[in-house]
Design a protein around this ligand. Structure first.
Ligand code: FES
Length: 178
């Protein structure tokens, strides 16, 4: 009788081992196939995304080379005393910009969306800087470069000219790889 018990127990162990072995084989296969299909999907998605961005990259390269050259009237010089600023839009109605008549008589214009997180930038005449109040970002009035705070890139420069007392925006230069 004890022998029979032992035989039964051994048989049970052997069956359990077989089940475990089969389980292990299946698990390893599963892992292998899952890894392989994951890699295939990841590579496929990367290639697809890369291809999808090609037209945008080409457009960005072309835009960068050309700049904007529309001629848009901003206002009358006589209406803008030194040390003051006015807002306008350039090159389209949806792109806000700021023109500063500096204390020393220069005209400086930039698109006024902060290059950090797009808040509007204002002229702060006391400190003679362009200020973004959202996170205290400061830009130079002289050249639009960031001088303090989170912004890392300069504001797009808008070229202006004065003809018979009227100020025009005549072009825009985006000087960074936005
Ligand atoms: S949005 Fe201008 S500093 Fe953050």
């Amino acid at each position: 009788m004890p022998d029979e018990k032992k035989l039964l127990r051994n048989q049970k162990d052997t069956n359990d081992d077989m089940i475990n072995l089969v389980d292990n084989l299946n698990r390893e296969d599963d892992l292998k196939y899952n890894r392989r299909s994951f890699l295939k999907t990841a590579v496929g998605a990367t290639v697809a995304l890369g291809l999808a961005t090609v037209p945008f990259s080409i457009k960005a390269m072309m835009d960068k080379g050309q700049g904007d050259t529309q001629r848009v009237k901003i206002g009358e010089l006589a209406d803008l005393p030194k040390g003051e600023a006015l807002n306008f839009n350039y090159p389209t109605e949806s792109e806000p910009a700021i023109l500063v008549h500096t204390k020393d008589g220069q005209l400086k214009a930039y698109n006024n969306k902060c290059t950090h997180l797009q808040c509007p930038v204002f002229y702060e005449s006391q400190q003679d800087v362009l200020l973004c109040p959202c996170h205290q970002g400061f830009f130079s009035v002289e050249n639009g470069h960031p001088v303090a705070g989170p912004p890392q890139r300069e504001l797009p420069l808008i070229e202006v000219e004065v003809v018979d007392g009227t100020i025009y925006a005549i072009g825009r230069k985006i000087r960074h790889d936005a």
